[in-house]
Write a new protein. Structure first.
Length: 142
């Protein structure tokens, strides 16, 4: 069977084009790869930090995770303060009231499974009064 010269050049052209296209899928070098990996990290809702988001934060403890991943969780959403002018969100670790934000610095970031913000009404319904700014629930890997 004899091949025509036009067929051979078409075949060579096709091989060249597909070979070039294969090289375009190479991973970016240096800092670009890290930026892409960080951008591809999963992101939960504004009120939840999931376990998969924590390693990319580089945080050492649960408070740092919140500060780096969802700092809005720590801001007063309704402008409430007590008579001293300061009121903090109440923190719970595995369902037990831990107190203020300083309490969650003892929880290592590697031990955190989930961090969830509850609005004031939801926190009051679940835990009772004293949650004017809401609550943050830290669930650890048990």
């Amino acid at each position: 069977m004899r091949r025509l010269p036009g067929s051979i050049s078409s075949f060579a052209l096709l091989c060249t084009v597909s070979g070039c296209a294969g090289g375009a899928a190479q991973a970016p070098a240096g800092g670009a790869a890290a930026a892409l990996a960080k951008a591809a990290a999963p992101r939960g809702s504004a009120n939840v930090i999931v376990e998969a988001e924590i390693p990319a934060s580089g945080a050492q403890n649960a408070l740092e995770v919140i500060q780096r991943v969802r700092p809005s969780m720590l801001r007063a959403r309704n402008g409430s303060t007590d008579e001293t002018g300061v009121m903090d969100i109440v923190f719970y670790i595995d369902g037990v009231r831990a107190g203020d934000r300083q309490a969650v610095t003892s929880v290592l970031a590697t031990n955190v499974k989930e961090i969830r913000f509850l609005a004031a009404a939801d926190a009051t319904t679940r835990f009772g009064t004293g949650h004017a700014l809401g609550a943050i629930l830290v669930t650890t890997k048990r």
